[in-house]
Design a protein around this ligand. Structure first.
Ligand code: AMP
Ligand code: MG
Length: 426
């Protein structure tokens, strides 16, 4: 028999305390190698250093002639320098000739500058002519030492740190990895996150609506959130509000996951089976971390460690489910992939509307921020109740309204948590 009174005897913890409790149980994931062809958005698992310098040869910045600058140090249209062209170097080739005084080598952008040359002059500033069957050039502009030559290691030196552990791989990282010969890239294994949705009212996305029943949107939202932060989501099922079925599903699948997220049933309603699950789960090594958080929405959010795996019970209300995930699950996913302080991702913004709903706890609402006049400005989106989901699509941040009886007035500074990746933080 379930002890229902236990449900009401919950002690609320603050959000940052809840985060700290969770962060102590983050699983360390092993790394793996993935092909550069499929590493986009993965996270680097160890600091990567340059294997070579870049460029690794003196490189011509343009199409022209490699010359000895002293030959044309004072060249003018009236007093041009005349040089004999002794070779040419297409990109990808090197010359085995040396530029000596009085000579030039024709050279293309990206080619290795031949020995002896210390400058490159662009074609447009030269004039070609023939003399005794020999191609020569006239240079009518003065040439400076080093001009149009990129020095060895100018961009990257050998052994330089390229990117730290936890770096998210984007196009820039991929270009760098390719140029440095990383055909296989060391990345963190993707955290495997099981998603269980509970609720006897849930029907699947393909089913027509029926009285009292709703389509299961949380499962898709959670899978998307997990994948957005690099996780590998596994839909482990949809269970009715039945403790035995919930128990069975979790026990059968926990082993295969690094972490588990359950939506629905964590509150104090008669059929809120997750509340019972967390207090009665047997046959497992379970530590309840908290079952109430001093926040709105999502106050009954629960977390436990079962057989060394974090298990989250999130509210079934879509708005609450979304926000609780961002506050509590996102940091875990990021920490598993090498981010050291994943909870400290607030930025300051000026709120543009009054929000006069007072609340004894910090409130996290969906907002839209923009950058204007050198300030981040944020507005509260309409239809922001925890039961509503329509505003999630427009949200690019979560606004924190501090606990208090009055809410907050337009023009005040607030803390916001940016959502990926419109205002990228990691
Ligand atoms: P619960 O957390 O089970 O008390 O559910 C709170 C509200 O969220 C109820 O109105 C549920 O019908 C709704 N809800 C629960 N699970 C889902 C889901 N997977 N997708 C959409 N809404 C849900
Ligand atoms: Mg329910």
């Amino acid at each position: 028999m379930i002890n229902r009174s236990k449900r009401f005897a919950r002690k609320a913890v603050k959000v940052d305390h809840a985060q700290n409790l969770i962060m102590q149980h983050v699983l360390q994931l092993e790394n793996e190698y993935t092909s550069i062809d499929s590493c986009l958005h993965r996270r680097i698992s160890e600091p990567l250093f340059s294997k070579d310098c870049m460029p690794h040869f003196r490189r011509s910045g343009l199409d022209g002639y490699a010359v000895w600058s002293k030959d044309a140090l004072f060249a003018t249209p009236q007093n041009p320098a005349c040089l004999r062209v002794i070779d040419e170097v297409p990109a990808g080739y090197t010359s085995n000739k040396q530029v000596v005084p009085g000579t030039a080598i024709r050279i293309m952008t990206g080619s290795a500058v031949p020995d002896g040359a210390d400058a490159v002059i662009m074609f447009e500033q030269t004039e070609e002519y023939q003399e005794e069957g020999q191609v020569s050039i006239r240079i009518k502009h003065k040439v400076a030492h080093g001009q149009n030559i990129t020095k060895v290691g100018d961009e990257i030196t050998t052994g330089q740190l390229l990117m730290g552990a936890g770096t998210r791989i984007g196009p820039g990282q991929i270009a760098l990895l390719a140029s440095m010969g990383y055909k296989e890239v060391p990345v963190f294994r993707r955290p495997v996150v099981g998603v269980l949705t509970t609720g006897s009212e849930l029907i699947s996305v393909g089913e027509p609506l029926q009285p009292g029943r709703i389509r299961n949107s949380n499962v898709y939202m959670l899978v998307a959130q997990i994948e957005q932060y690099g996780g590998l989501a596994v839909k482990i099922g949809t269970a009715p509000d039945d403790i035995d079925e919930v128990n069975r599903t979790i026990n059968n699948t926990l082993e295969e996951c690094d972490m588990l997220i359950v939506s629905g049933g964590v509150s104090v309603g008669d059929y809120d089976v997750m509340a019972d699950f967390f207090t009665t789960t047997s046959g497992n090594d379970t530590t309840l971390l908290f079952n109430k958080i001093a926040m709105r929405p999502g106050s009954p959010t629960t977390a436990a460690v079962i057989n060394n795996k974090l298990v989250f019970g999130l509210s079934g209300n879509p708005g609450a489910c979304f926000v609780s995930f961002e506050l509590l699950v996102r940091p875990v996913l990021l920490a598993m992939q090498g981010i050291e302080s994943p909870c400290k991702h607030y930025i300051q913004a000026i709120i543009t509307n009054d929000y006069d709903k007072g609340c004894p706890h910090d409130r996290y609402i969906r907002g839209r921020m923009i950058y204007s006049n050198e300030q981040v400005k944020v507005s509260v989106l309409e239809k922001n109740n925890s039961s509503m989901l329509i505003s999630i699509q427009d949200a690019n941040c979560i606004i924190m309204i501090p606990a208090g009886s009055k809410g907050i007035a337009a023009g005040q500074q607030v803390e916001v948590i940016p959502l990926p990746y419109e205002f990228t933080m990691y």
